[in-house]
Design a protein around this ligand. Structure first.
Ligand code: UDP
Length: 292
């Protein structure tokens, strides 16, 4: 069974990073389209005022809690989320998985050249990683969107990471799912900018205290103050004071094997996150973010 927690009407999967990676591995093996969404407080805000976007998230195949506020809020419920699972950490672990299994990845979005540079960073870190393609379209106007679909279709990757910002990236994936025909499609926000060092990632001690948003705000105050202070703070307050009774829902997993399976694939995912590998990846996430 798939267990999800209802936070302000948006359903979040109760999984940790190894479970998420194991699920992603299964998605690739199935060969069928799957959408992965990484939800933070801003997503909850967007979803609560746009029913269409909320449905999109609630119909996604895997919904990850990309923010400590979601985890804090979940601790007030009977089934708390095990931890935060960030988009940047998932890109790194997916790249490691892809390098080990021979899967190929495609990086789409961000400013011109950034997707290509992010691909190079990943290839340096994970030798043998197959990059099926990279493309940063000049705009996300319909003609450029069409070009994106054509390039991804031609490249036939196993995993596609899309950095157009939310909700655009997630809506784009959903809208084009039939034509993309990629087993794993995930919106990743500003992750390419972190990989390339255009945006610095917070040190681990700041991340662990749930203050990464403050670190980002200090770096880009003009762009982010309104989002974090004006828009997201009231949503954060609602999130923390939402009724404790709500809500764990369970439904059959979208593929045959359950999250808690003790298969070799799950063991492999555990290995990727175990001990040294995990801290190396976290350090990489911080280091690549600070190298600019
Ligand atoms: N972006 C893009 N096209 C757009 C809007 C944004 O390629 O029309 C890229 C932007 O360059 C950045 C990424 O989307 O690399 C994420 O944007 P944002 O920081 O808003 O996302 P967040 O991480 O805050 O969700």
């Amino acid at each position: 069974m798939r267990t999800q927690l209802d936070l302000l009407g948006t359903l979040i999967d109760c999984v940790d990073a190894p479970q998420a990676l194991s699920q992603i591995d299964d998605f690739v093996r199935s060969g069928r389209f799957h959408q992965v969404v990484t939800v933070n407080v801003d997503f909850l805000r967007l979803a609560s005022k746009d029913r269409g976007f909320q449905n999109l998230v609630n119909n996604a195949d895997l919904v990850l809690a990309d923010g400590m506020p979601l985890v804090w809020a979940s601790r007030r419920r009977s089934t708390p989320l095990p931890c935060r699972v960030t988009g940047i950490d998932m890109i790194l672990s997916c790249a490691q998985l892809a390098a080990s299994r021979g899967y190929s990845i495609f990086l789409l979005g961000a400013a011109p050249g950034v997707a290509r540079e992010a691909g190079e960073v990943l290839q340096q870190r994970f030798p043998g990683l197959r990059i099926a393609g990279t493309y940063s379209p000049p705009t996300t106007e319909p003609a450029d969107q069409e070009q994106c679909v054509r390039m991804v279709r031609a490249a036939q990757p196993d995993m596609l990471f899309v950095a157009f910002g939310a909700p655009k990236q997630d809506e784009w994936i959903c809208q084009h799912q039939d034509r993309l025909d990629v087993p794993v499609c995930m919106g990743v926000g500003g992750s390419f900018d972190m990989l390339t060092g255009n945006v610095r990632r917070a040190p681990l001690w700041i991340q662990r205290r749930g203050l990464e948003w403050l670190y980002r705000l200090v770096q880009e105050p003009r762009r982010l103050w309104k989002r974090y202070i004006v828009h997201d703070l009231p949503v954060f307050a609602r999130l923390m004071f939402q009724s404790r009774e709500s809500t764990v829902v369970s439904q059959p997993a979208t593929i045959a094997r359950p999250f808690e399976s003790a298969s070799t694939e799950a063991a492999f995912a555990e290995q990727i996150f175990a001990g040294e590998a995990s801290s190396q990846m976290s350090e990489l996430a911080v280091r690549v973010g600070q190298s600019a």
